[in-house]
Design a protein around this ligand. Sequence first.
Ligand code: GRF
Length: 179
Amino acid sequence: MKKLCVFASGSGSNFEAIAREIHVSLLVCDKPKAAVIERAKRLKIPFFLVNTKKPREDYEADIIKKLNEHGIQFIALAGYMRLIGETLLNAFENKIVNIHPSLLPSFAGKDGIKQAFDYGVKITGITVHYVDSGIDTGKIIEQAAVEVTNEDTLETLSEKIHKEEHKLYSKVLKNILIK
Ligand code: GRF
């Protein structure tokens, strides 16, 4: 099994769902007050808080140093709200994946759930994809559809999406990490 690091900036519900299924060796977080830090502490998973006040090249070099210290071989982004730069992309070529809460290429970027809800689509979903230098543009690995009913609100749709994410992401990661 390859050693996994999860990158997150926010609540960390996906981080926790992954950690319940797979051994997560390290969390990388860019927000000192993010709830995901509390989850890491509770789950006894080491975390690295990135100092993003430096240029991206420099803080990504700091991240790579940490990843190497922990022997990390694969990265899963789970609500990490920053673009991955060339420094990290070159060091972990084809070894970074992301989960996005829509059926890409529709509704890429921020607030994918709200974008789909506001548009009025009847089917939306989630996408796990490789990360490249664009925003949610890398090769698609797996998708799952989620129906939007007339009764759905943004909140109920978000709940349904997150439930699917929590199931799909660890399943996909398991398959990749054993190869
Ligand atoms: C998820 O909806 C994921 O698809 C998106 O960011 C959100 C992170 O949620 N990239 P959480 O922090 O895992 O709860």
